[in-house]
Design a protein around this ligand. Structure first.
Ligand code: SF4
Length: 473
């Protein structure tokens, strides 16, 4: 696991998330002094600013934040459109399962008030009467509890912890866990905005998105800069470890790499694991969600692992697929067998034991498997295989013909170790005040039973907002 360095933007302009206190948890006083908790922007006005800015969610799906907020508000509007008359719930989703991403855990550790301010704003917009902060990182949990005690929010907010897995942050998994079940994806529909926690319309919002909502409420004049700034976790450099930084959309991927000490990049693993592999030619693309998607890749949660000249793309693909296979929640038969098959085939390719038809099989799976699991994990594995074939055909042919010296130096498929980056340390002072009153705990009985995913997953849903596997579109 590499260490992670935080690089603040050169001038630290207003409206940035990284702020000025990256090494220790920001106190309520410091947050208030910086203008936090003081924005006078009303809920309707804030929603209009978010719509005008085009702020997109930062959990991976990149869905427009204003649309998502409005959907929950409308569902909860006295039972309108089938909301069952339950008042909405808001959830700050800080569980990032992508091994190459650290931004959400760092944000909860270092800037908990910014996230809680955003959660409160989202509650005002949606009419929510109850909130949750969902996470797996114990340091982040301590930081959030301390922040809740320092500055009790106007609605009950509870911290719900989960195990750290790839799928625990997927939005239906979040709902199931908060309702006392396992943190595993459920069949859709219903989506959480239709029927979520306790059956209520529920906003599941990534913590960076909430931070940007809070910043927009405080500085609506900077709404466009706030919406176009984004946290990225960059890894793959030689000895420098990973970098967590904040950049504006639009910067070319190649400049992003070299600016952070990664020179001569030959490609990248994009979006966590969900954007797949891209070759050197794609590094001229701008860091821009829409353009990256149009180019067949994805920004996802902003985790980018650059391939240096000494990195083998086949080994990276094998690492990624093996990691996904190990993280399958084993609920959908097609995922259990499909993800494992992709992982095995890529590991065999890296280990020089692949059969001659391996490339054909990978190609077939990459086209036939997406969309057949209850969540996006299978899609990610299929995307890794397909993107490797498209971006690095010469290297695939080479691996079928002869052992690769780079792969031979490593054990193929040990992706968890090689792909995981460390969350930067943040000092969290001990809590001194009593915590705010909380609602029922996460093990409270389910108000509404949730469907479990079946062996034959549901068809793709038609209504927004879409489900977001953390770190996946
Ligand atoms: S697709 Fe895989 S990871 Fe997702 S719910 Fe099904 S079995 Fe679990």
């Amino acid at each position: 696991m590499t260490t992670t360095t935080i690089r603040l933007p050169a001038a630290q302009p207003p409206g940035t998330v990284l702020g000025t206190a990256p090494d220790s948890a920001e106190s309520a006083d410091a947050y208030r002094t910086a203008g936090g908790y003081a924005g006078s922007t009303g809920p309707g006005e804030l929603l209009a600013h978010l719509a005008a800015s085009g702020l997109r969610g930062r959990g991976g799906a990149g869905f427009p934040a204003a649309v998502k907020l409005r959907s929950v508000r409308d569902r909860g509007n006295h039972g309108e459109h089938g909301g069952h008359g339950l008042r909405p719930v808001v959830v700050a989703n800080g569980e990032e399962g992508e091994p190459g991403s650290v931004k959400d855990r760092w944000l909860l550790r270092a800037r908990p008030h910014l996230v809680l301010d955003g959660l409160t704003r989202a509650a005002e917009v949606t009419g929510a009467v109850r909130g949750f902060v969902y996470l797996s990182d114990p340091v982040a949990g301590e930081s959030v509890r301390r922040a809740l005690a320092e500055h009790p929010p106007p609605l009950p907010v509870e911290v719900v912890e989960t195990g750290h897995t790839y799928v625990a942050g997927e939005e239906t998994a979040v709902v199931r866990r908060i309702d006392g079940g396992p943190a595993l994806p459920a069949a859709k529909p219903p989506r959480p905005f239709e029927r979520g926690v306790g059956g209520a319309p529920t906003l599941i919002c990534n913590v960076e998105t909430l931070a940007r909502i809070a910043l927009t409420a405080t500085r609506p004049d900077l709404r466009h800069d706030i919406a176009r700034g984004t946290l990225v976790t960059l890894s793959g450099g030689p000895a420098a470890g990973a970098v967590l930084t904040e950049v504006p959309y639009g910067i070319p991927l190649r400049s992003l790499a070299s600016r952070h000490g990664i020179h001569g990049a030959a490609g990248a693993l994009m979006g966590g694991l969900f954007g797949g592999l891209v070759g050197a030619g794609a590094l001229d693309l701008p860091l821009e969600p829409v353009e990256l998607t149009a180019a067949g890749t994805a920004l996802g949660c902003g985790a980018i692992r650059f391939l240096t000249p000494g990195t083998c793309p086949v080994a990276t693909a094998a690492d990624a697929a093996a990691h996904l296979a190990a993280e399958s929640a084993r609920q959908c038969g097609v995922c259990v067998s499909g993800t494992a098959a992709i992982g095995d085939a890529l590991c065999a390719l890296a280990g020089a034991t692949a059969s001659p038809d391996t490339a054909d099989r990978l190609d077939r799976w990459s086209r036939g498997l997406p969309g057949r699991g209850a969540c996006g994990l299978l899609d990610a594995a299929a995307g890794i295989a397909g993107s490797l074939l498209r971006a690095f055909p010469r290297q695939v042919r080479f691996h079928l013909a002869a052992p690769c010296p780079v792969c031979a130096a490593d054990v193929p498929g040990e992706g968890r170790r090689r792909l995981t980056v460390a969350v930067p340390e943040v000092a969290v002072p001990a809590t001194t005040a009593s915590p705010a009153p909380l609602g029922p705990g996460p093990t409270a009985p389910l108000s509404v039973p949730h469907p479990s995913p079946s062996a034959s997953p549901s068809a793709p849903p038609a209504a927004p907002p879409p489900a977001a596997l953390k770190g996946t579109p």
